[in-house]
Design a protein around this ligand. Structure first.
Ligand code: ATP
Ligand code: MG
Ligand code: MG
Length: 554
């Protein structure tokens, strides 16, 4: 199938279905709407929606919106668009904020059971009381408040009687627990911040662990999949669902986070690139966001293939860019039609061009897909070739054009360079070449011509803006470089100053008929896509998605 092969979570699910522990698989993808989704989220989306697909189950899209200061409707909208673009449809669209009232009621239940209390310690004091890995914590002096007092204080916290940060609601678990997450975790804090959905209704907000566990239980999630840093939170997750009155008991399983070299997979850091204007936005084609990769020309199929290849496990999942680009290339190979573009042109005059004698041929849009059709490649007296395909002083083994040398024009004749026109400084301005008229559909007589170059008729070529991209960062792990003082250096220092180059290029007239987000291979140059926003049929704009060969191997 198209999703990750047998991995430990599939084994768990198959056992659960077999044993009857679970009747129907229900998963969820739970982004916080505090940024756009990135390649790491794509892995999680493919996992959660993929499992629902494989086992004929359901997957919810849940917005984990409990940190109002960083969340917005724009992020909600972009997340929905990205999930759909990747090819998935959710069962229910849920918001943790829709559960605020129920979460509050569960908190009352916990207080009444003597399992939660209002604490007056501030953040710094709480840190001191919490202890360390080596040393148990100490009970807060407020831990033994009566149930009545706690009920009263918690109601007044909700009513807005206390300033921000002055009180919290904590679970009464065990301040000596080996797992620090169980040392009376905070489940509510006072924050007077406008929420993108609940407005100013609440001044207390529930914390992640508490909210997540109960949201999973409410939605009947069977397999709650998250990344490994939550492994030590699982005992708290279990504690919460075991200590509230709720029918369904979800279970959490952890897998390793995807890390992409020469890139960044943290919404907070990607946000920094956006707000500091290092990129044009979250969907800049250099960004590892789903919307950026979309704009770059990556395909949903290619990203799903990538997610399948990186797999699911608990071991480190650090992946080279070549794996991502390889998957994209593999998908584009058979779906992108081909055309000719000349990025850096010089003119060639075909000195023996003869209207009556010189013919033009049809060229297929794809060598293996005749259904994509073909078009005439008109040969005219002057053509453009790529400046790089000519060398006055060629290196050994040169198979392209040089003075006195021959080369085949793709879909056309063999030509020979007879004369080089240079300006006063010696720069090559144009070439004069002759056509061997016996070579249109046959090999040249008595000699081998190995090189084939691309070209465009000067009369038919149309201009286009082409954007060439390089890696966004100059080091493998931009956010993990330490300076001499042992401190992490700002990843912004490692931005590649030449990550985008915009040029005026020449392309085939078909470019003037294309809609935005149309993918083509430019022969010999790479895969390109018409820009989602900036392209128009009158003024074509192409982004290079990926080169044809792996240029990442060093
Ligand atoms: P970030 O640090 O970028 O904000 P996050 O984990 O806080 O990431 P969420 O919006 O909470 O982002 O993530 C939604 C889901 O996507 C979570 O289940 C999370 O585990 C998963 N996820 C996020 N980043 C990655 C990653 N790099 N690899 C795999 N899964 C990821
Ligand atoms: Mg998160
Ligand atoms: Mg985060």
């Amino acid at each position: 199938d198209q999703f990750a092969d047998n991995h430990f979570i599939r084994s768990i699910i198959e056992d659960d279905l077999q044993s009857g522990k679970c009747q129907r698989v229900i998963t969820r993808f739970p982004p916080e709407p505090n940024g756009y989704l990135h390649i790491g989220h794509a892995k999680s989306i493919c996992l959660n929606f993929g499992l629902a697909y494989i086992y004929d189950g359901l997957c919810n899209l849940r917005f984990d919106d409990t940190n109002p200061e960083k969340e917005s409707d724009e992020y909600v909208r972009s997340i929905k668009e990205d999930v759909q673009w990747l090819g998935f449809q959710w069962n229910e669209e849920c918001f943790a904020s829709d559960y605020f009232e129920r979460l509050y009621e569960y908190a009352l239940e916990l207080i009444k059971a003597g399992k939660a209390y209002v604490d007056d310690l501030d953040a710094e004091e709480m840190r001191q009381y919490r202890g360390t890995l080596m040393e148990p914590g100490k009970n807060s002096p407020y831990r033994e408040r009566t149930i009545e007092e706690n009920l009263d204080l918690f109601a007044r916290m909700r009513a807005g009687e206390f300033p921000d940060g002055s009180k919290t609601l904590r679970l009464k678990i065990d301040m000596a627990a080996g797992n620090i997450n169980l040392r009376d975790p905070v489940i509510y804090r006072i924050r007077r911040v406008h929420h993108h959905r609940t407005g100013d209704k609440w001044v207390i907000y529930p914390m992640y662990d508490y909210t997540h566990a109960i949201s999973d239980a409410i939605e009947n999630i069977t397999h709650s999949l998250c990344t490994l840093e939550f492994e030590s939170h699982r005992p708290l997750y279990d504690w919460v669902v075991e200590n509230i009155e709720i029918a369904h008991q979800p279970h959490q399983y952890e897998f390793s986070r995807l890390e992409l070299l020469y890139s960044i997979t943290s919404k907070r850091k990607l946000n920094q690139l956006v707000v500091q204007d290092h990129v044009s936005g979250w969907d800049d084609p250099r960004m590892p966001t789903i919307s950026g990769m979309r704009r770059r020309g990556y395909t949903p199929e290619g990203l799903r293939l990538f997610a399948k290849r990186v797999g699911i496990s608990k071991s480190e999942n650090v992946v080279d860019m070549s794996v991502l680009e390889g998957a994209i290339r593999e998908d584009l190979e058979s779906v992108a039609p081909r055309m000719i573009a000349v990025l850096n042109p010089i003119k060639v005059e075909l000195i023996n061009f003869d209207e009556a004698l010189t013919q033009s041929r049809e060229a297929p849009f794809h060598p293996h897909h005749p259904e994509m059709g073909e078009r005439l490649m008109p040969l005219t007296k002057t053509i453009y070739i790529e400046a790089d395909d000519f060398a006055l002083d060629p290196p050994k083994g040169w198979q392209r054009l040089t003075l006195g040398g021959e080369v085949r024009l793709r879909y056309s004749y063999v030509i020979k360079c007879e004369e080089v026109v240079q300006d006063a400084s010696g720069r090559v301005v144009s070439l004069k070449c002759s056509i061997d008229h016996d070579t249109l559909a046959s090999k040249p007589q008595g000699r081998k011509v190995k090189g084939v170059i691309h070209w465009l008729s000067t009369e038919h070529a149309v201009s286009a803006t082409v954007r060439l991209y390089d890696r966004l960062f100059t080091v493998e792990r931009p956010d993990a470089v330490r300076g001499d003082d042992g401190q992490y250096r700002d990843f912004i220092e490692f931005l590649n100053p030449a990550s985008v180059t915009e040029i005026d290029a020449l392309v085939e007239p078909v470019a003037n008929t294309l809609a935005p987000e149309t993918r083509y291979q430019f022969e010999r140059l790479g895969y390109f896509v018409t820009d989602r926003y900036d392209h128009s049929a009158e003024n074509p704009v192409f982004n290079r998605t990926v080169t044809l060969r792996d240029t990442w191997q060093t």
